[in-house]
Design a protein around this ligand. Structure first.
Ligand SMILES: [Zn+2]
Length: 387
């Protein structure tokens, strides 16, 4: 059965197509044209999205939870609630992200998440639900000086042996690793993780400029929540931030909630990394979409009040949603919606090492779409071509 999607505008997201006509079969896009070029085939189901914009589903490569669920603690049977919540904000794929915790607890969480990832590969329930594609290990190989709220007692010295233990627990479903490149043993782990096609991301780091470059040389290709949990930029002691902002070999991500990084600095970041390399993440925690209160982030208890997540005065994740991050970038950095969407779709797919079937609207790609208003509000999310 063919399904035809028509809308007012489409972001591939590198190109904009007016009056698009997208054909989907069995959850896969088979053609992308315009109504001017192709007439609607007979016998096909037509989904007319009216004046809406059709864009690829958002991909969040750094998220700890939402809708009251923490990815390290949630039972497998509860994850669909998070997946539905994420889809309601335009996210169709994500990397559930761990925090530093006792190694045994982390391994148990990784086993559960591996199960959810494997189940997601098979299922297409029909309900719009985001799919976990791979785990992001945020820690345990972080700098004590820049640990943020990650508990110091659970930070570990990087060794290939410990990394492999985590890898085995996740049954190989490790897609990203945040690591401080300057700590002893880090370069060896970076090289080994890169060899296994993990997106190695430098972050939670006190690295100077040279040490950050060494991390990239060893195989890191991304940077985690730029500015947050990094040695601050000093014009005479540039450090990791200068490396992240100036090295075109690496992509980098940012929490564009206006709290973690002020709007003017969001603008600096978007200018420095540009439309090809800027990636939006949420770093969202269980409290996202929930009332003020106390919420778990792995082993950490976080106070949430009016959009601020803190533990003993330190920022502890966010309640940002990806659709809001996209809208914020149009406001804070003056980007057009198409480029802002790219930072939430194609760029994270590329940074996260996902197949070229994700993050784009093109023949052969997964039929995961967001349907947006011109103001960037989510009208509908479509997963696997099911409208
Ligand atoms: Zn995080």
């Amino acid at each position: 059965m063919q399904t035809i999607f028509i809308a007012s505008t489409l972001y591939t997201p590198t190109e904009e197509i007016r009056e698009p006509l997208v054909t989907v079969e069995d959850g896969v896009i088979t053609s992308v044209t315009s109504r001017a070029e192709t007439s609607t085939p007979k016998n096909a189901e037509v989904v007319d999205l009216g004046k809406a914009i059709l864009a690829p589903g958002f991909i969040d490569i750094h998220i700890h939870g939402g809708a009251g669920l923490d990815v390290m603690r949630a039972a497998a049977s509860d994850l669909p609630r998070l997946n539905g919540f994420l889809a309601s904000h335009g996210v169709t794929a994500y990397f559930p992200t761990t925090v530093a915790a006792p190694l045994d607890d982390t391994c148990k969480a990784l086993e559960r998440l591996a199960g959810a990832i494997e189940a997601g590969e098979k299922s297409n329930s029909g309900d719009p639900a985001a799919k976990p594609l791979g785990v992001h290990l945020e820690g345990p190989f972080l700098s004590h000086a820049r640990r943020g709220v990650h508990p110091p007692e659970y930070l570990l010295t990087p060794t290939v042996e410990t990394f492999d233990r985590l890898w085995q627990a996740a049954r190989g479903h490790v897609s990203a690793l945040t690591i401080a490149p300057e700590i002893e043993g880090a370069l060896e782990v970076i090289a080994e993780a890169a060899r296994r096609n993990v997106c190695v991301s430098i972050g939670h780091s006190d690295a100077d400029y040279t040490a950050a470059q060494a991390g990239v040389h060893a195989g890191a290709r991304h940077a985690t929540h730029t500015f947050n949990a990094m040695k601050p930029l000093d014009h005479r002691d540039p450090g990791i931030i200068a490396e992240v902002l100036t090295d075109d070999r690496i992509t980098a991500d940012l929490i564009a909630d206006g709290i973690h990084v002020s709007p003017s600095v969001v603008k600096i970041f978007m200018k420095a990394k540009g439309v090809e390399r800027a990636v939006l993440i949420t770093d969202a925690i269980a409290a996202t979409g929930m009332p003020n209160g106390k919420y778990q982030l792995g082993p950490i208890l976080v106070d949430v009040k009016d959009g601020m997540c803190t533990m003993e005065g330190k920022l502890a994740g966010s309640v940002l949603t990806m659709d809001r991050a996209v809208r914020n970038v149009t406001q804070f950095a003056g980007w057009n919606l198409k480029d802002a969407v790219r930072a939430a779709t194609l760029n994270p797919a590329h940074a996260g090492g996902l197949s070229t079937k994700r993050g784009r609207i093109a023949a052969g790609c997964a039929a995961d779409f967001v349907v947006m208003t011109p103001g960037g509000e989510i009208a509908k999310t479509i997963v696997g071509g099911r409208a």
